[in-house]
Design a binder for this molecule. Structure first.
Ligand SMILES: [Zn+2]
Length: 110
């Protein structure tokens, strides 16, 4: 206790640098990386795809398409999104937390 959970909403430049670096590794290196989280294929049966299901999740840095803020979509959040929330496999993080929140409240950032 005491340490704030790292949600990826306000990543430090070191966090972003590390996430950028990992996202550029070869998939085999990513899969073996300590930050990778294995996927549970049994929870991905809602996904109809001719492609392959993910074998693991890895932190994904992205730039918000609305405000340009850089955030990290954490591997554990992806796992929750795909496996618990049954999100579409082609969905990607494209908007930051603040912009998504503003949208939900009906005040999209322009
Ligand atoms: Zn934003």
């Amino acid at each position: 206790m005491g340490k704030k959970p790292d949600t990826g909403r306000n990543p430090s430049s070191k966090d972003l640098w590390e996430a950028d670096r990992i996202s550029q590794l070869h998939p085999i290196q990513q899969k073996d990386h300590p930050s990778a989280i294995p996927a549970d294929p049994g929870k991905l049966d809602h996904i109809n795809t001719y492609g392959s299901l993910p074998e693991y999740y890895i932190d994904q840095p992205f730039i918000c398409r609305l405000c340009g803020k850089r955030e990290i979509w954490r591997a554990r959040d992806q796992k929750w999104y795909y496996e618990e929330a049954k999100g579409h496999i082609d969905a990607r993080a494209v908007e930051c937390h603040d912009c998504r929140k503003a949208k939900k409240q009906g005040n999209p950032v322009k």
